[in-house]
Design a binder for this molecule. Structure first.
Ligand SMILES: *[C@@H]1O[C@H](CO)[C@@H](O)[C@H](O)[C@H]1NC(C)=O
Ligand SMILES: *[C@@H]1O[C@H](CO)[C@@H](O)[C@H](O)[C@H]1NC(C)=O
Ligand SMILES: *[C@@H]1O[C@H](CO)[C@@H](O)[C@H](O)[C@H]1NC(C)=O
Ligand SMILES: *[C@@H]1O[C@H](CO)[C@@H](O)[C@H](O)[C@H]1NC(C)=O
Ligand SMILES: *[C@@H]1O[C@H](CO)[C@@H](O)[C@H](O)[C@H]1NC(C)=O
Ligand SMILES: *[C@@H]1O[C@H](CO)[C@@H](O)[C@H](O)[C@H]1NC(C)=O
Ligand SMILES: *[C@@H]1O[C@H](CO)[C@@H](O)[C@H](O)[C@H]1NC(C)=O
Length: 792
């Protein structure tokens, strides 16, 4: 390169940086714009970059009249023209890809779709924290690109982090499963992927930390009944014990706020113990804001305040009374019109002070400032993102990879991966079932309203890459109400090299506002499989299930002619090729079920509306989730097969952990069922320093014939002589990749207080002395080590 070339390329570089920075989508604090209005921007503290966001937000809010203020606290904020403050649509969604379900985002003829990644329940099954964060990063790249094109806002009300407490829940598709710790880790990683701006992670004031986009953890809290036998979320009062609240329902939100530093939390439609969540100052102000120290805003689920009035008929409130209660509880933003419509009247009637509205607005504007809405992003970050970053080859590949990583192999009777020696004729496959040509079913909910995707790789496309295919739907739709298509399917599969049956559920069976009433295959689906498996001249039969919630598949799991069963969640728009990669051995499956699959009769034993996690022996209710349900399962939490085999050894773990009591620290009593008496039976975690870190060293071996990924689960088991404790509790997990024959160390450094504590029935976190244990892996391959705890 000549000196001239060098100089000119530097010049071009500088110019392009200069112009890119200036090309930031119309920021508010732009002196030219104010000049046109006849105002000198330098006289406006809210545009002064030298001041803190707190001070700037206060200045902006103080310039508004009450009427102007109330017009900004609904999701469709109209702006204040005289202050050069444009309107802003707060509601966008990005649960597993940018979606146009919220009015803040739309697609047009230039950008017809965004990448549709697998639904959350499937990505969770990878148990790969790096993947969860990568998904957030890819989604926020597309979100920023759409923002730059004027097609999306900056605040996305995702992820959904309610635990999947009951297998019937219609929104399991959106959640990271049944374990509150896994849900919390998913939340923290996905939120960081969405929000974090590299180089700005450790700002001194967290309220000035720049955000890539704003995420939102929802729905807070104990929200997981949608519509079950006529009981719906707009009327449901969840009766929740304080212990379940702390141990299960709040934990993921606490982790989302503390570990993810999320910019927003959304309160839910339901009541908890009589009080609508959005009107409960204990839940919102005291817990989220004070105790967890949220840096951001609290938003209501859409029309929640109206639901308080018309659904719950809470305290026979008028609309303005409900608005006053929610403002006082700490709710900043209404997705809906109740705040803009009734807040002024509420202030005038003396039901709430204007000051509460000031507070809320400040919380909202600080987030918009962190997003660069006023000043642009730091160093012009993200302004270069555009159309080519949406549906990019890289993101489509990540979508396929997330599906491959999550897919769970449930049964494999020496059949998969399928391989054919090169001398064979091109094989002929039968592809049957109501999901064989699935498109929109693969992208689940919170996808594109039109059902469009960047492109689709359907199941039949995926299989077609490996042979000729013959197709028969078997059922006219997923409900499969009449079995008239079964005989044709049975003929189609005869003489095929192998048969693939794609079936399961879709949004006509499990969805928002639609809980399931049973855990069976819909309609004639099971008959379709058993008839095919019993057909003459049938090759190996491989069943691929699309679903979020578990299905009682025990009949086909036992069927000697059903060779393999795969659970593929709802695998996203690239699902077809991801499934084919697993079937034909390009990818060795390592996904694990993030929920328990219960037998069909589970639903007869416990109503969906019972929120208790622990078994209720008086009522004969079994417990819920792997932590409290000890009955038989179709497949347990954490289940999943591989094409290879892994074994563990525990190489290092302490036999005894001694905790030093702080001066004057009290020992706490505990009821040991065997009458055991100890000098110091237990301590309260909140009174302890909790600095004891223990190291658990494992060796994982791939003893089988193939390379593969493997998820290592580490559980703790409390002493057996304490009533009411979980059967076991997941405290750490890690997905590792091992070549055939390889051994790899996996080391967990864990806080002993946190991993061995229990939640008492009055909701204290207590650390009991005695014989605890750790369990690595799931039965039958689990290895165990006892660890005694003692206080001195
Ligand atoms: C709230 O806003 C009103 C009107 O702008 C103002 O008079 C009042 O001082 C504000 N209060 C607080 C605490 O910011
Ligand atoms: C599509 O993009 C072109 C070029 O950037 C632009 O001129 C046009 O207005 C866009 N169309 C829409 C509907 O936004
Ligand atoms: C929230 O709680 C804090 C302290 O508990 C209190 O000072 C503040 O006024 C409360 N805010 C609201 C909106 O209730
Ligand atoms: C399957 O092959 C057998 C033996 O080759 C043949 O008799 C039968 O008609 C074939 N069935 C179908 C449905 O093609
Ligand atoms: C596995 O396949 C063998 C041979 O076809 C069969 O005898 C056995 O019953 C099958 N087992 C299951 C669980 O399907
Ligand atoms: C399972 O739990 C129930 C209820 O606590 C108990 O009665 C039963 O003995 C337990 N069963 C097993 C197999 O542990
Ligand atoms: C975890 O996910 C990342 C990102 O997709 C991927 O690169 C990595 O290989 C995965 N790890 C394992 C062990 O599968």
């Amino acid at each position: 390169m000549s000196a001239f070339q060098l100089v000119s390329s530097i010049l071009i570089f500088i110019l392009s940086v200069f112009f890119t920075v200036n090309a930031q989508p119309s920021i508010i604090c732009n002196s030219g714009k104010f000049q046109k209005m006849g105002t000198n921007m330098n006289s406006l503290p809210f545009c002064d970059r030298g001041l803190s966001y707190q001070v700037r937000a206060k200045d902006l809010v103080d310039r508004m009249t009450l009427e102007e203020k109330v017009a900004q606290i609904g999701d469709n904020a109209v702006g204040v023209q005289r202050l050069n403050l444009p309107g802003y649509k707060w509601w966008s969604e990005a649960l597993h890809g940018v979606s146009d379900v919220g009015p803040g985002t739309h697609f047009n003829s230039n950008v017809t779709a965004a990448t549709s990644f697998p639904t959350v329940i499937l990505s969770t099954a990878s148990f790969n924290e790096t993947l969860w964060k990568s998904l957030g990063e890819a989604v926020s790249n597309e979100a920023r690109a759409m923002h730059n094109l004027g097609l999306a806002g900056l605040t996305f009300w995702s992820p959904t982090i309610n635990v999947a407490r009951d297998p019937r829940w219609g929104r399991i598709i959106e959640t990271p499963g049944e374990d509150p710790f896994v849900v919390g880790r998913y939340a923290a990683n996905y939120v960081r992927g969405l929000q974090d701006v590299e180089g700005y992670l450790n700002t001194k004031d967290p309220n000035s930390r720049p955000l890539k986009v704003g995420a939102c953890c929802k729905h807070f809290a104990a929200y997981d009944v949608d519509n079950w036998k006529g009981i719906d979320r707009y009327h449901f009062d969840a009766k929740v014990t304080e212990r379940d609240m702390v141990e299960t329902f709040l934990l993921p939100f606490e982790m989302c706020v503390k570990e993810g530093d999320v910019a927003s939390v959304m309160c839910s439609y339901n009541r908890v113990n009589g009080i609508p969540t959005c009107a409960d100052p204990r839940l919102l102000n005291q817990t989220i804001r004070e105790q967890w120290n949220l840096h951001g805003y609290i938003v209501a689920d859409c029309d929640s305040i109206e639901v308080m009035v018309n659904g719950h008929k809470f305290l026979n409130d008028t609309p303005q009374m409900a608005v006053a209660q929610t403002l006082k509880a700490g709710l900043d933003l209404d997705c809906g019109v109740y705040y803009p419509k009734y807040a002024m009247q509420a202030v005038k009637e003396g039901l709430v002070k204007e000051e509460e509205i000031n507070h809320s607005l400040k919380n909202l504007y600080i987030v918009l400032m962190r997003l660069g809405w006023f000043d642009g992003t730091p160093g012009g970050a993200f302004v270069q993102l555009g159309k080519n970053d949406i549906c990019s080859p890289q993101n489509l590949e990540l979508s396929a990879d997330a599906a491959r990583q999550g897919i769970v192999l449930l049964k494999n009777n020496n059949t998969l991966p399928l391989s054919f020696s090169s001398g064979d004729l091109k094989p002929t496959f039968a592809v049957v079932g109501p999901h064989a040509k699935a498109t929109i079913a693969m992208i689940g909910n919170y996808a594109l309203k039109t059902g469009l995707a960047c492109r689709y790789s359907t199941p039949i496309d995926g299989i077609s890459a490996y042979g000729n295919v013959k197709y028969a739907p078997g059922c006219s739709n997923v409900k499969c109400q009449d079995g008239s298509g079964v005989p044709t399917a049975v003929v189609t599969v005869q003489n095929a090299t192998a048969t693939f049956v794609f079936l399961g559920l879709d949004l006509s069976i499990e969805a928002e506002s639609l809980d399931r009433v049973d855990l069976k295959f819909p309609g004639s689906q099971e008959t379709l499989v058993t008839e095919i498996a019993s057909a003459p001249n049938v090759g190996p039969v491989i069943v691929i299930i699309f679903s979020a919630g578990g299905i009682d598949v025990s009949t086909i799991a036992r069927h000697p002619k059903v060779s393999a069963i795969i659970w593929a969640g709802y695998p996203g728009a690239e699902g077809g090729r991801a499934i084919a990669d697993v079937i034909f051995g390009n990818y060795n499956p390592g996904g694990r079920l993030p929920i328990t699959w219960y037998p069909a009769d589970y639903v007869d034993k416990i109503p969906m509306t019972s929120m208790q996690l622990r078994p209720l022996s008086d009522l004969g209710y079994p417990g819920r989730t792997y932590k409290f349900y000890n009955g038989s399962t179709v497949y347990p939490f954490g289940y999943g097969l591989s094409y290879t085999k892994f074994t563990y050894t525990i190489r290092s773990a302490p036999k005894l952990v001694t905790f030093n009591l702080a001066r004057l620290q009290k020992c706490r009593p505990i009821d040991f069922s065997d009458g055991q008496k100890l000098d110091c039976p237990a301590i309260l975690v909140e009174e302890s320093k909790c600095r004891e870190i223990i190291k658990i060293g494992l060796m994982v071996r791939n003893t089988g014939p193939k390379d593969g990924a493997h998820v290592v689960f580490l559980y703790t088991v409390p002493p057996s002589n304490i009533a009411g404790t979980p059967i076991k509790r997941l405290v750490a997990f890690k997905r590792v990749f091992l070549r055939a024959g390889e051994s790899q160390p996996v080391i967990f450094n864990l806080n002993a207080c946190k991993i061995f504590s229990i939640i008492t029935d009055n909701a204290y976190e207590l650390l009991p002395a005695g014989e605890h244990s750790i369990v690595v892996g799931n039965k039958p391959d689990a290895v165990t080590r006892n660890i005694a705890l003692r206080f001195q």
